[in-house]
Ligand binder design. Structure first.
Ligand SMILES: *[C@@H]1O[C@H](CO)[C@@H](O)[C@H](O)[C@H]1NC(C)=O
Ligand SMILES: *[C@@H]1O[C@H](CO)[C@@H](O)[C@H](O)[C@H]1NC(C)=O
Ligand SMILES: CC(=O)N[C@H]1CO[C@H](CO)[C@@H](O)[C@@H]1O
Length: 464
């Protein structure tokens, strides 16, 4: 009895600390964004320069024909235009002339993100598919992208993708759907629409952190009754139900297709969501189930690595092994929001009374981590079958690249080193993004020349 009481109060204390740390960080990000916006508006008001008015037009016309590099955000992420001027990729998008940063919803499922991403690029009304939307209880159609960001996208005009965390898995699922011709009305899609995939701390094999945050170890779909994720769930439902329009423009969880606003569902709808009858958390159509080891296994069972696409992966870790123990590597280098989780994940043990997520699972292999993901999960897809891969120590080792193989590197960094705050990563930030963009622009091409010799590759195909 005494022991049970001790355990419970320890759990509650842990929950309290975790909740406070995450709330503080969210508040910090939010206020940084607001402060940045205010100072920008003040600047614009007093020192309105017409210098940059023509700037964007200029760069647009110069980059015609250059394949875009699309940066795909992860969990709690946001695209260009959200959170004011704040950038999820910490401004990396400015390093190249043609980079797109779509907004795919910060807590939506991998599947829903993929559908959004396709129409964002190609154009058209987001179609989540009849079967999926019925099974998950949301509208079949979403936002209408009247003009896609890259309407010419096809096999001869393929795209480079860079995904952070869950974003990397989004890109893989997108490529598979292109190969499976899963977009109604676009029967010509295939896997070669994707020229390269770069993963930064990619969520390929799931993460044990989902269990620490509150996913049930038994199935990877349900949530524990008392956990950080429950608090998050209630917060998100309230946020979407209250539907304060300026706030939602500023930051959105991406659940508009679930119609959770009071205007559409009333008080009854709120109660239904809260008790778990309707909404994304009821049907499991949100991001966390996709990030459990079980969820990733089932996603991965349909995903291929394709022979004409180039794959790169940067796995991150912030732990080291000493005398058979895994511990956080240092204190100062790890973001305060992640420190507790780095430690907890390094000590993680799958409960004895629950059957392990796959045959041959070993706790030790899953202890190295970056505070959000296990390093073993980020290098390349392994589940349920291992995909071809090559470990590299330095970027110079991948000068002559072969498609269809995951080149991976292990970087000493935590899960958010390369996003949101550029100063934290210092020189590492430029090193990593410069090498990614350079590789996309200079080293990654299909063998078949895409243009005839006397044709300029940059010439626009039709007069505008
Ligand atoms: C912007 O473009 C317009 C028309 O193309 C031109 O007349 C104007 O001088 C440009 N302004 C600047 C600051 O370059
Ligand atoms: C959500 O609302 C729209 C109309 O605003 C409706 O067309 C759609 O069917 C609704 N979806 C669900 C799942 O209730
Ligand atoms: C779900 C899962 O764990 N998949 C793979 C992750 O990595 C391990 C270790 O190599 C594989 O055995 C799993 O199949």
């Amino acid at each position: 009895m005494m022991k049970l009481w001790m355990v419970t109060s320890l759990e509650l204390a842990e929950l309290f600390v975790s909740a406070m740390v995450h709330l503080l960080y969210a508040f910090y990000i939010f206020s940084t964004a607001v402060a940045g916006d205010i100072s920008k508006n003040v600047n614009d008001y007093f020192f309105k320069s017409n210098m940059d008015v023509n700037d964007s037009d200029q760069s647009q016309s110069n980059v015609e024909g250059l394949p875009p590099i699309v940066l795909v955000h992860g969990i709690f992420g946001f695209g260009k235009g959200r959170l004011g001027g704040l950038s999820y990729f910490a401004g990396a998008e400015k390093k190249d002339e043609r980079v797109l940063v779509p907004d795919l919803g910060s807590l939506t499922s991998i599947y829903d993100r993929v559908r959004e991403l396709f129409y964002y690029l190609k154009g058209g009304r987001v179609d989540f598919g009849e079967e999926h939307s019925e099974a998950c209880g949301h509208s079949r159609f979403g936002r209408d992208y009247i003009k896609g960001q890259y309407p010419e996208w096809d096999e001869d005009h393929p795209i480079h993708f860079v995904g952070h965390s869950a974003g990397a898995q989004v890109v893989r699922v997108l490529q598979q759907m292109l190969a499976d011709k899963a977009f109604e009305g676009f029967e010509e899609t295939n896997e070669n629409w994707v020229l390269s995939v770069t993963s930064l701390s990619g969520a390929f094999n799931g993460t044990t952190r989902t269990y620490l945050d509150g996913m049930r170890t038994e199935d990877g779909i349900g949530m524990k009754p008392i956990s950080l994720l429950q608090l998050c769930r209630i917060g998100v439902i309230m946020y979407d139900w209250l539907d304060i329009s300026w706030l939602k423009t500023y930051y959105s969880f991406g659940f508009d297709h679930f119609n959770m606003s009071w205007k559409k569902t009333g008080v009854r709808g709120l109660v239904d969501c809260l008790v778990g009858n309707t909404g994304p958390f009821a049907t499991g159509d949100w991001i966390l189930p996709d990030l459990t080891i079980q969820g990733s296994t089932s996603l991965n069972s349909n995903l291929q690595t394709f022979p004409n696409t180039y794959y790169f992966s940067y796995a991150t870790k912030r732990t080291r092994r000493i005398m058979g123990m895994t511990i956080p590597s240092g204190v100062l280098g790890i973001h305060p929001m992640l420190f507790l989780r780095v430690f907890q994940m390094s000590q993680w043990r799958f409960p004895q009374d629950v059957s392990p997520p796959y045959k041959g699972y070993r706790d030790e292999e899953w202890q190295e981590n970056d505070g959000a993901m296990n390093t073993i999960s980020m290098t390349h897809p392994r589940l349920p079958v291992e995909h071809p891969s090559r470990f590299i120590r330095s970027d110079s080792e991948c000068q002559t690249l072969q498609p269809g193989i995951w080149y991976y590197k292990i970087v000493e960094a935590d899960h958010i080193t390369f996003i949101v705050n550029r100063e934290r990563a210092g020189v590492q930030f430029d090193l990593i993004y410069d090498s990614i963009f350079q590789r996309c622009r200079k080293h990654v091409f299909r063998k078949i020349p895409q243009t005839l010799p006397n044709q300029s590759p940059r010439a626009p195909r039709s007069p505008r």
